[in-house]
Design a protein around this ligand. Structure first.
Ligand code: PLP
Length: 412
């Protein structure tokens, strides 16, 4: 008999994007003349910048020669890329890291999901709510969540930290002791950020409780305000308690190319049940060497090129394009009378749906009356109810048109 991991049966089906696709397909079948604008996507749309394309071409030519051929690379990533990350990403922010504290991978989604491997099953997990669903689901799969409560839409062993307009999108420290804390800033889906002094509170909490912060900075490149940290390690003490996830996906448009990295400073410790401190860096290294054979050489060369002067300039242009879209959406919605959050340090705009409506009711109304698709906030967690996410990843023309439609929408 092969028994299954029954934790999988404890997962709630995520109907979010499937439901959206179904509703959009139905509407468009019934109204073939309508032009639907999709502002729900979390995927980038601008092409890969020339500096990265050139680097990939060069790498392809190189591996086609006897001298340049590459077989398996280092599981943790090539030194050239780890060096570029240490020097060009962290050193410039005043953060000193060593090469072997960086682990290159093929995506932050896998990293955020796989990290649970190195933690005990009975750790108490805290997640902000609403948030990127991967943190919750991977903890359900690995048996840390307890039972699901249909009435509350929450799992019994997970500590949910609401991030809503009521607390200015700044989660409060948990009243109870938690062991693993997921923080994602700039946040998906709310588009909001955490200033340094707020983040410091979490670091102090983690130190006092020997907890670990799992910090997802996938959208860091979108930060525009000076006092917002790009990395958790900009805050004193973070190197003792935080693991950071970074990705080239939203920064350099690598959602299809695939490259990311995890930072685990050697000071970060986990504990055995008898109280012995263990380097998490060592555990992750062991896990990586056992389960992963490294990111493609070609892709790592492309990632390296993002740190060149030319690469940085080209990437900034793309990000500015999305930033401008975000501004158009935010200002347009405000003009139309909506209460809007995010969009300043993030490609995500989080709006309050009109009083008395659910996120899904607003989705239907927006689709049917102005032919625009967004994402209902309730799909990101119970505290997302009453909100709605629009993204800046569309084309300028579509973004402008969508906002004009909303401004002219008489029946909001
Ligand atoms: N982290 C957050 C918060 C995200 O929103 C996403 C993708 O949407 C990811 C990670 C995934 O990144 P990657 O493309 O590197 O897997």
């Amino acid at each position: 008999m092969s028994y299954i991991n029954e934790n999988f049966l404890n997962l709630q089906q995520s109907y979010l994007f499937a439901n959206i696709a179904k509703k959009v397909a139905k509407y468009s079948e019934e109204h073939p003349d309508k032009k639907i604008i999709k502002l729900g996507i979390g995927d980038v749309t601008r092409p890969i910048v020339p500096a990265c394309v050139e680097a990939m071409h060069k790498a392809v030519d190189e591996i086609g020669t006897q001298e340049g051929f590459k077989g398996y690379g280092p599981e943790q990533g090539y030194e050239f890329l780890r060096k570029a990350i240490v020097e060009k990403d962290y050193k410039k922010r005043g953060v000193d890291l060593e090469l072997d504290e960086i682990f290159v991978s093929d995506g932050a989604k896998c990293d955020c999901g796989n990290i649970v491997d190195i933690f005990a099953q009975d750790n108490k997990v805290a997640i902000t709510d609403p948030v990127y669903p991967v943190y919750l689901d991977t903890n359900v799969m690995s048996g840390r969540s307890g039972e699901y409560n249909q009435n509350t839409g929450t799992y019994e062993n997970i500590v949910y930290l609401p991030v809503t307009a009521e607390n200015n999108f700044m989660p409060e420290l948990p009243k109870e002791k938690v062991d693993m804390i997921y923080l994602c800033f700039p946040n998906n889906p709310t588009g909001t950020v955490l200033p340094k002094e707020e983040l410091k509170k979490w670091i102090d909490y983690a130190k006092q409780n020997n907890s670990i912060i799992l910090y997802d900075a996938a959208y860091e490149a979108f930060i525009t305000e000076d006092d917002i940290p790009h990395s958790i390690y900009e805050i004193e003490g973070a190197k003792e308690v935080a693991i950071e996830f970074k990705s080239f996906s939203k920064t350099a448009g690598f959602t299809g190319v695939r490259c990311a990295y995890v930072v685990i400073p050697k000071e970060v410790k986990g504990y055995t049940k008898d109280g012995k401190a263990i380097d998490l860096n060592q555990l992750w290294n062991r896990r990586t060497c056992t389960k992963f054979n490294g990111t493609s050489y070609i892709v790592q060369r492309a990632a390296e090129a993002t740190f060149t002067e030319e690469g940085q300039r080209q990437i900034e242009e793309n990000i500015n394009y999305y930033r401008e879209n975000a501004k158009i959406i935010k200002e347009g919605l405000e003009e139309a009378g909506f209460t809007v959050y995010g969009g300043v340090n993030s490609p995500y705009i989080w709006l309050k749906v009109p009083e008395g409506m659910t996120s899904w009711e607003f989705f239907d109304k927006l689709l049917e009356e102005v032919n625009i698709v967004g994402t209902p906030g309730s799909g990101f967690g119970p505290h997302g109810e009453g909100y709605f996410r629009l993204t800046a990843f569309g084309t300028r023309e579509n973004t402008q048109e969508a906002i004009e439609r909303i401004k002219n929408w008489k029946n909001i």
